[in-house]
Design a protein around this ligand. Structure first.
Ligand code: DOR
Ligand code: ZN
Length: 347
């Protein structure tokens, strides 16, 4: 039985660290183990321009623990009015790694997202021309689409068309949540890659809704069926280059999670690597963890792999229940908080 595993240092290709007090509270959990992370721009207000990305990056760097060598990779939030020249400048100057699509009202802080896909063609053409990655919250939020079918409908109505219309555009379908999503990415690789979260690999909608409603397990895209989970586990542990690690760790103050109209997002950074390791172990695929966590992402984003390594070991510890954040309730709950966790990163 494998109890120790040394792999290249991993990266998180989809992460929310927020801003202000929350940023300071949550960033260290990622910076401790990951070399880089792609930071999502859905702040209030969103990070919409190169200038805003520069300012946000400064705040992130200032929130890093002393001596940290973690590198934040910035994204710019696509709107109907995004200026192709601005994102090109940001990409060429090394400020912005990619542009992020939120369909308007698909998820947390997406009200300023895209409302008219006709208006973003010029930006996509420019990104295709300069080799700039396009990151997608791939859900179709039209009223006729059931929430469990949003990913499949987005693929059918949008992504499958863009793949043909912009054959040179490199795309990431974020937080794959369905068999349809995993299958599509495979069929469109290497042009399209997909990130997979620890919780979509771990949970089904029965865990979320079946034994007492668990608002802490509410995330977008919503957690789906056991068939979908099985397909995602097979995809992630296959070693195929088109699938890579993206935690979608998304902290919220507890009061917002348990409100009458609760917010989507699962704060999993403190247990992310341990949870992935458990999944790969259960699937008999620990030998594929390095590809998923540390090699496939850099390949998709055309970045070097991290030079150093981390060691995962089987040695039980208890996950923290919460982290202290500003606000009336003062805490954000941690996914799997209080559980005994089998794997840890050796310090
Ligand atoms: O569950 C989610 N939470 N999905 C997203 O796409 C956004 C995220 C957030 O920002 O809280
Ligand atoms: Zn996200």
């Amino acid at each position: 039985m494998t109890t120790r595993l040394t792999i290249r240092r991993p990266d998180d290709w989809h992460l929310h660290v927020r801003d202000g007090e929350m940023l300071k509270a949550v960033l260290p959990y990622t910076a401790r183990h990951f070399g880089r992370a792609i930071l999502m721009p859905n702040l209030v207000p969103p990070v919409r321009t190169t200038a805003e990305a520069i300012a946000y990056r400064e705040r992130v760097l200032a929130a890093l623990p002393k001596g940290s060598r973690f590198t934040p990779l910035m994204t710019c939030y696509l709107t109907d009015d995004t200026d192709p020249d601005d994102v090109e400048r940001g990409f060429r100057d090394g400020v912005i790694t990619g542009v992020k699509l939120y369909p308007a009202n698909a998820t947390t802080n997406s009200a300023a997202g895209v409302t008219d896909y006709g208006k973003i063609s010029r930006v996509l053409e420019r990104m295709e021309k300069i080799g700039m990655p396009f990151l997608m919250h791939g859900e179709e939020v039209a009223a006729d689409v059931d929430i469990f079918d949003r990913e499949a409908a987005f693929i059918e109505r949008r992504l499958s068309k863009w793949v043909k219309q912009f054959p040179g555009l490199r795309m990431t379908l974020e937080h794959l949540s369905s068999k349809d999503g995993a299958d599509f990415v495979k069929s469109a690789a290497p042009q399209v890659g997909g990130t997979i979260t620890p919780y979509h690999l771990n949970l089904t909608r029965t865990d979320w809704l079946g034994g007492g409603l668990k608002p802490m397990l509410y995330a977008m895209p919503v957690i789906k069926t056991a068939t979908d989970r099985a397909a995602l586990r097979k995809a992630a542990t296959s070693g195929a280059a088109c699938y890579f690690l993206g935690t979608d760790s998304a902290p919220h103050p507890l009061a917002k999670k348990v409100a009458v109209s609760g917010v989507p997002g699962i704060f999993n950074a403190p247990v992310a690597l341990a949870t992935y390791a458990r999944v790969f172990e259960e699937e008999g695929a620990l030998d594929k963890l390095e590809a998923f966590a540390s090699l496939n992402g850099p390949k998709h984003y055309r970045l070097p792999v991290n030079a150093d390594t981390i060691t995962l070991e089987k040695s039980p510890w208890t996950a923290p229940e919460d982290v202290r954040v500003a606000g009336p309730d003062g805490r954000a709950l941690v996914y799997r908080g209080g559980e005994t966790i089998a794997w840890r990163v050796a310090e």
